[in-house]
Design a protein around this ligand. Structure first.
Ligand SMILES: [Zn+2]
Ligand SMILES: [Zn+2]
Length: 277
């Protein structure tokens, strides 16, 4: 199969094209795994962290990509959960033990045997990928392949953050940063909480304009003060400052903080804005 691989950790300033296109053997699905023919794979900021070594892949050359949509090509032994030909999505959690207290509690991201797609396991920048059948999810027909792919990371993080925010319809919501995740949160929030006004803090003029186009009531720079107190503020930036400043915008003193990126292993559940409810 054709694949885009990273050969070694590199600095993107010196090496702006870090991936090479190579031919690799077609993967063979093992016990309870499926082989998926990839039709779309999203690009995530976490891949920059993989390439530059802040969350390094386990071996080289490795195939990145953890927002994968494709079709089940072949079932491995005892993999009966998804029929051949079914369209599925694969996200950051590629495998976990399935037996520990975290797995049994639906928090597989904390499993000691947690493996990340496109970091610990080969990812979706390839024609084919294999995955544990428990971590492939049928994709509803309403989405195209390309529309569904970003929902598997940026969308999942955004959805979980919005869920944790516990907003009630009509309460004003703040979004700090307006990238891959937040613009999906805005769309989700507009649908779930049609009476809530949304206030977006973003550094770039382009992002501020985009926020208004998608239905934000107000957008301003991250240094600006909110024109009104907000019921919740969701921070999707990789910076620390907006988290510190968020309480100044908030109506209620309580808060819940979480990183914007894919959840690293070992963090307490309360600090995750990540993948699972
Ligand atoms: Zn991601
Ligand atoms: Zn486990």
């Amino acid at each position: 199969m054709k694949a885009a691989v990273l050969e070694k950790i590199t600095n993107l300033r010196d090496n702006p094209q870090p991936l090479s296109f190579v031919e690799l053997p077609d993967p063979v699905p093992g016990e309870r795994q499926i082989l998926v023919r990839v039709s779309a794979c999203g690009v995530c900021h976490t891949e920059l962290d993989e390439i530059e070594g802040r969350t390094p892949p386990v071996s080289f050359p490795f195939v990145p990509g953890h927002q994968i949509v494709g079709f089940v090509e072949k079932q491995g032994p005892n993999a009966v959960k998804h029929a051949e030909g079914l369209r599925v999505g694969i996200g950051w959690i590629g495998s976990a033990c399935g037996k520990c207290r975290y797995c049994l509690g639906g928090r597989e991201n904390l499993c000691p045997d947690f493996k990340a797609t496109g970091r610990d396991l080969p990812g979706g920048y390839a024609q084919y990928v294999i995955v544990d059948q428990e971590f492939a999810f049928p994709i509803p027909p309403v989405f195209s392949d390309a529309q569904a792919a970003p929902l598997l990371c940026a969308g999942a993080i955004g959805w979980r953050s919005l869920h944790l925010a516990g907003l009630r319809d009509g309460e004003p919501l703040g979004l700090t940063g307006f990238g891959a995740s937040a613009h999906l949160v805005l769309t989700l929030a507009r649908h779930l909480y049609p009476r809530s006004e949304i206030f977006v803090f973003a550094r770039s003029e382009h992002e501020r304009k985009f926020a208004i186009e998608l239905g934000a009531s107000w957008s301003g720079d991250t240094t600006e003060k909110s024109p009104q107190k907000l019921a919740a503020v969701i921070d999707t930036t990789p910076a620390w400052k907006p988290v510190i400043e968020a309480p100044h915008h908030q109506r209620h003193p309580q808060g819940r903080k979480g990183p914007r990126s894919d959840p690293p292993d070992g963090l307490p559940a309360a600090s995750l804005a990540g993948k699972r409810d």
